[in-house]
Write a new protein. Structure first.
Length: 313
C-alpha cells in the first residue's frame, strides 16, 4: 500500500503550518539525513494573483525550516511561465518569508535531454530538456498548489513537476505535443518518472476553483497532503472531488501506464481520508481548452517572459 497523508489545516498560521508539515512527513515514515541535497520546487506559475495561484509562502517556509533542522542542504527553484523564479517568489511573498534562512532561490536551468515514450509529431524520437538542478537532487521536494486547470481539469503533484523543464521549453512542448493524441500528458508523465526521489507536499488550504491555473477564485478546502508517490497523491485528490479517470488526462495516462499510485485501491491513509473534506460548491471546469499554443501566442509569450526576466534582474 502507498501512504498518502491528508491533514485538515484550517489556515496558514505559521506555527500550525510547521506542525502540520512535520506531522505529514512523520506519518509517511520519511527519515531525512544530514547533508542530503534537497531541491524545493514550489508552484511559481506567474506574477498574476500569486497569493492564490502560487504555493503559499508559509508552506514553503515551513518545509524549508524542517529540511534545514534535519541538516539538509536546501535550495528553492522553479521555472515560471512568465518572469523569473526570484521575481515571482518576491511577488508571492516567498522571498521575504525565506529572508532569514540560508536558502537560495534559483532558476530551473542547465537543461539535460530526457527521452520521451512517444515520438514527436513528425515521428522523430521525442525528447525534452529538464533542469539538472532537479535531476541532480538527492530529494526533490515538490510543493504543488491544488487548483483547477483549463486544460488538465485539475492539477496537483504530477503537473507541478512539469515546471522542471526550463522556461521556453514548456511553451514549446505545448506547441509541439498539444492536440496530438495523448502526447502532451505522456510527456508530463515522462518528466515525473525521470525525477530523483520525490516528496510531494500539497498546499490545498486555500485551493483555486472556477478557473485556473491563474485567475480563479479561492476555496477554503483546509487540506494539506503529502506522499512519496506524486501519482498516488493526485489520485487521492481526484477521488476527494469525485472525479473519474476519464475526467483527468493525467490520471488517465497514469492508468494507461499501469502505475500503482493511479489505483485508489493501492492507497493507504494514515491520517484523514478524502471523505473527511467538504467540497460543496467547488467548481471544476466542464469543458477543457486546447493544450496547444498557436505560434503567435508562443512568440508573444516568449517576448513577455524575456521582458519580465530582464526587469527582475
Amino acid at each position: 500500500m502507498i501512504p498518502v497523508a491528508l491533514h485538515c489545516v484550517p489556515d496558514y498560521d505559521a506555527s500550525r503550518m510547521q506542525e502540520a508539515v512535520a506531522l505529514l512527513l512523520n506519518k509517511l515514515g520519511l527519515v531525512l539525513s544530514p547533508g542530503l541535497n534537497t531541491l524545493v520546487k514550489p508552484n511559481l506559475v506567474a506574477m498574476r494573483g500569486p497569493r492564490l495561484a502560487c504555493t503559499r509562502a508559509e508552506v514553503v517556509r515551513a518545509v524549508c525550516r524542517l529540511l534545514l533542522d534535519a541538516g539538509c542542504k536546501v535550495a528553492v527553484a522553479d521555472s515560471p511561465a512568465f518572469g523569473s523564479a526570484r521575481g515571482v517568489a518576491k511577488m508571492a511573498g516567498i522571498l521575504q518569508a525565506l529572508a532569514d534562512l540560508p536558502v537560495r532561490i534559483e532558476a530551473m536551468d542547465r537543461p539535460a535531454r530526457i527521452p520521451l515514450t512517444v515520438p514527436g509529431p513528425g515521428g522523430e524520437p521525442g525528447a525534452i530538456g529538464v533542469s539538472r538542478r532537479a535531476l541532480d537532487a538527492d530529494l526533490l521536494v515538490n510543493l504543488p498548489k491544488l487548483k483547477v486547470h483549463s486544460q488538465m481539469r485539475m492539477t496537483a503533484a504530477v503537473k507541478n513537476l512539469f515546471g522542471c523543464a526550463p522556461g521556453f521549453r514548456k511553451a514549446w512542448a505545448h506547441f509541439r505535443f498539444g492536440e496530438q493524441g495523448v502526447r502532451f500528458e505522456s510527456m508530463i508523465m515522462d518528466i515525473a518518472q525521470a525525477m530523483p526521489p520525490v516528496l510531494s507536499v500539497l498546499d490545498g488550504v486555500e485551493a483555486m476553483h472556477v478557473q485556473g491555473p491563474t485567475g480563479g477564485r479561492p476555496y477554503a478546502l483546509g487540506l494539506m497532503g503529502a506522499s512519496l508517490d506524486p501519482v498516488a497523491l493526485d489520485t487521492a485528490v481526484y477521488g476527494l472531488f469525485g472525479l473519474a479517470q476519464e475526467d483527468v488526462p493525467l490520471w488517465a495516462e497514469a492508468r494507461r501506464r499501469g502505475l500503482p499510485g493511479a489505483d485508489p485501491d493501492n492507497l493507504a491513509y494514515p491520517l484523514n481520508r478524502p471523505e473527511d473534506f467538504a467540497t460543496d460548491g467547488f467548481v471544476i471546469p466542464e469543458n477543457l481548452k486546447p493544450v496547444s499554443f498557436n505560434p503567435l501566442r508562443l512568440v508573444r509569450g516568449r517576448l513577455v517572459s524575456l521582458a519580465h526576466r530582464f526587469k527582475g534582474r
